[in-house]
Design a protein around this ligand. Structure first.
Ligand code: HEC
Length: 338
């Protein structure tokens, strides 16, 4: 008898190990994001529709008005699962707003419940962090472009640069010189000095130098500035240091050094600075971070953090090729290791 018990135990332990190996559903990785995205805004700390919370295991087991929402080990008896699998037209269907969960997610939820609805104590589902946690710049609502601004916009339009509103009925504008690339020199960008409504400016991959940046001094609403792959140096950054609202500054592939970053210390809204392939050191990045705790200085080639950009120009591709190859090789190596 004892031996059988020991045997059964042994077998079931082995079975458990086997399921773990072949991939038990992982709450934190697989289930929590589904709850967070689809359920928590109505069944969390802020709202409890149907008196139900789905942000802890206990709360889900306890359920809401209609009783338990979750029966560990039994998806068929779990009201939460029943509801997400109903046709969208059903009164009980969840979520009440938005699209039905995709089949792959339903399969995961079913498997997770049937595997015992393992929900680690530490994993309390929280509402996705709000992006506005740190205050950002505020644009005045009553901004009206001056005559000089309109003239400057027209002048740039003649050169083929569209300075367009960021949204319909708004006077805030964005300008992208990147597409005109190498024909853009310091003189071409002079009209920018009057376009006070500019919030987003892309000068990447143009022929501008530090001299061009002196035209940006008065662009107090500017929030995003692309200077990557230009002739800009530390001296240029001195002329933009008092832009109060800048949140994003891309300096990738410029001659900027740690001394240049010193000029940025007063930019209280600055969040993202890209200094890949510059002379900026880790120490320099750290120093800026000490002055501006919310800033993120990207010194490495982090694809996920790079902004989406238009098709790079051919010249740029040539420059970037070597590094791209390096990266490819690295990736291949990683693959091999796996
Ligand atoms: C936009 C709001 C909203 C979202 C999002 C939402 N629900 Fe609901 N939920 C409700 C409302 C309202 C009720 C109460 C009405 C009812 O019982 O149909 C409810 C009730 C429930 C109940 C029954 C509670 C009880 O005991 O009466 C369950 C279970 C449930 N929801 C599960 C879910 C799950 C799982 C998700 C995510 C996939 C989800 N809900 C997303 C609004 C929402």
């Amino acid at each position: 008898m004892k031996t059988t018990l020991a045997l059964t135990l042994g077998v079931s332990l082995a079975l458990n190990a086997a399921t773990a190996a072949e991939g038990k559903v992982d709450f934190v990785k697989d289930i929590q994001p589904i709850l967070q995205q689809n359920c928590i805004k109505c069944h969390g700390a802020e709202k409890q529709k149907g008196k139900l919370r789905l942000d802890s295991r206990d709360a889900a087991l306890k359920g809401g008005k209609g009783g338990s929402a979750l029966v560990a080990g039994n998806s068929a008896k779990s009201d939460a699962f029943r509801r997400v699998t109903l046709p969208k037209s059903d009164d009980d269907f969840m979520p009440t707003e938005g699209e039905p969960l995709p089949k792959a997610q339903l399969d995961l939820i079913k498997k997770w419940i049937d595997e015992g609805a393992v929900w680690p104590e530490s994993a309390m589902a929280k509402e996705a962090p709000k992006m506005v946690a740190v205050p950002g710049p505020v644009l005045p609502t009553d901004f009206k472009p001056s005559a000089a601004e309109q003239k400057a916009i027209a002048a740039l339009a003649q050169k083929g640069v569209d300075v367009r509103p960021i949204a319909a009925n708004l006077n805030w504008r964005e300008a992208n010189f990147r597409l005109s690339g190498t024909s853009v020199t310091d003189t071409v960008v002079v009209p920018l000095k009057d376009i006070v409504g500019l919030v987003d400016l892309n000068l990447a991959n143009t022929k501008i130098t530090d001299a061009a940046l002196s035209n940006l001094k008065g662009l107090t609403n500017l929030q995003r500035l692309h200077l990557e792959l230009t002739g800009v140096t530390d001296a240029g950054l001195a002329s933009i240091k008092s832009l109060p609202n800048l949140t994003y500054l891309n300096l990738y592939g410029t001659k900027v050094t740690d001394a240049g970053l010193e000029h940025l210390k007063g930019m209280k809204f600055l969040r993202n600075v890209y200094v890949w392939q510059t002379k900026v050191t880790e120490a320099g990045a750290k120093k800026l971070k000490a002055a501006l705790p919310n800033v993120d200085v990207s010194t490495g080639w982090d694809l996920s953090a790079m902004p989406k950009k238009e098709e790079p120009k051919k010249e740029e591709k040539k420059d970037a090729k070597k590094d791209a190859k390096k990266d490819e090789k690295k990736d291949e190596k990683k693959e091999e290791k796996k």
